[in-house]
Design a protein around this ligand. Structure first.
Ligand code: EPZ
Length: 428
């Protein structure tokens, strides 16, 4: 199994380009199920999750081509309505095909995604919303079966602004009869981008990006062309990497307006961040970094997907920080790995107290999930000696060329098989 080997102590310096947003591209691909014609998406990241979504769509009868950050999706002559366990298990975001399938085919059979390493990840809000739109749903034997004689627009109030539920309902409502209002909708930029894409397909959506989304149903949608927005979490990950290495990095292609809370929190702990002509400049060379408090919240609050990377950063900042995780119930599983690297962190329920240490120490660790994996790599960048990160298939799911991009900034990181790891020596 491949692993990353990081030799700590190099300051990151230079420019890095941010790719397309994973959590937008995956949903746009599912939305292609709603259209009659060919959809072409550009700026799609070349990552494992996108390949899995391509497999899901192919299984449903769509022809999918993925070359050079462009995905072309064309409906085949017969569409199938079943997303099997073997694919949903690999990527729980596959459940996003439920809404489009019901809307398009009147029936869907999708494996229950189950929990994962960050929480139990319920889908009750997806189900309640689809039922309100006129779907009969039964859950049993590990599958959700959904059927409708025709979706009808209605008012839906989400108990929690779930990203996936908002997206599933938004897509289903596009082909429902009449008007749907989703209240307490998630406001993530990826949802606004999905609505832009759906509107290009012929949908009539307003308010996406706010907590009230209105959808006037239409009888059919066509294919469309769309350029996926930049990945704010990839951007935030490189900003945190620059900060932990006490380096100076320029991000190209990121949207500062989608990174408000991340920029604010970096500045609060002493990192200088400037935005000039579409570039974001992160400079951690001048100030001493100090501890701060962070609570994760749905957008525009501090992103739960940036919590592990900031934990790594705060583990090296002077003083005490508190991190409160409000979105997922078990997103502190990687903390034990950071502690093995010398971090001084205590967790209780959904809160962590982090006491900064002068330097982390390199150690062999395992990535329990995507963002925690990225956080452990980042921790390794600043650690004394060598950090070996195993289970990096989690990182491959969501970061394209993570090691290449870090190397281009001066990091000493290599991707190796088990046998090769012994040849590396610690420097610095
Ligand atoms: C999306 O997951 C993202 N995934 C996650 O990114 C991200 O962490 C999350 O939104 C929050 O921002 C994709 O877009 C593919 P939710 P999603 O529904 O849609 C509870 C990454 O690393 N909930 O907003 O699954 C749920 O249990 C990934 O890129 C219900 O209770 O997130 C959780 O505690 C990881 N009932 C909270 O809401 C429901 O029906 C947020 O979940 C749905 C959700």
């Amino acid at each position: 199994m491949a692993k990353y080997v990081v030799v700590g102590g190099r300051k990151l310096e230079g420019r890095v380009a941010v790719g397309g947003a994973k959590n937008a591209a995956l949903k746009h691909m599912a939305a292609a199920l709603l259209g009659d014609g060919t959809t072409t998406l550009s700026n799609v990241p070349n990552i494992e999750d996108v390949k899995t979504m391509a497999e899901v769509l192919a299984r449903l009868g769509m022809a999918v081509e993925f070359t050079d950050h462009q995905v072309t999706i064309t409906p085949g002559s017969t569409l199938h309505n079943e997303a099997p366990y073997e694919l949903v298990r690999r990527m729980r975001a596959s459940v996003i095909v439920l809404g489009p399938l019901v809307a398009r085919l009147g029936a869907a059979r999708v494996a229950l995604p189950g929990g994962c390493n960050i929480g139990s990840r319920k889908i009750d809000l997806h189900i309640a919303g689809l039922e309100a739109l006129g779907t009969r749903i039964t859950v049993g034997h590990g599958y959700i079966e959904a059927e409708t004689d025709g979706l009808c627009g209605t008012n839906i109030f989400l108990d929690f602004p779930s990203v996936g539920a908002t997206e599933n309902l938004l897509m289903a409502a596009c082909l429902a009869k009449g008007r749907t209002l989703i209240e307490n909708a998630a406001r993530e930029p990826e949802i606004a981008d999905l609505a832009d894409f759906l509107n290009q397909m012929g949908a009539r959506i307003s308010g996406a990006g706010t907590s009230e989304i209105e959808i006037e149903g239409v009888s059919k949608l066509s294919g469309a062309e769309h350029h996926v927005i930049p990945d704010r979490i990839e951007a935030g990950t490189f900003m945190t990497a620059a900060a932990i290495s006490r380096g100076h990095v320029v991000l190209e292609g990121a949207r500062a307006e989608n990174l408000g809370m991340i920029i604010a929190k970096l500045r609060e702990c002493g990192v200088e961040v400037e935005t000039i002509d579409g570039r974001i400049i992160v400079d951690a060379t001048r100030n001493k970094l100090h501890g701060i408090d962070i609570s994760t919240l749905p957008y525009p609050g501090f992103a739960t997907d940036m919590q592990p990377q900031f934990m790594a950063l705060l583990a090296t900042a002077k003083g005490t920080s508190f991190m409160t995780e409000n979105v997922f119930e078990s997103r502190f599983m990687f903390v034990d790995e950071l502690i093995r690297m010398g971090a001084d962190i205590r967790t209780e329920d959904h809160q962590a107290r982090i006491k900064g240490v002068p330097r982390l120490s390199g150690a062999p660790v395992r990535a329990p999930d995507l963002r925690a994996g990225a956080a452990l790599v980042i921790a390794g960048l600043s650690a004394d000696g060598i950090t070996e990160i195993g289970d990096i298939h989690h990182i491959d799911r969501g970061y394209e060329g993570f090691d290449e991009k870090l190397r281009s900034l001066g990091a000493e990181i290599s991707r190796v098989g088990e046998k090769e790891t012994n040849h590396l020596t610690a420097v610095g």
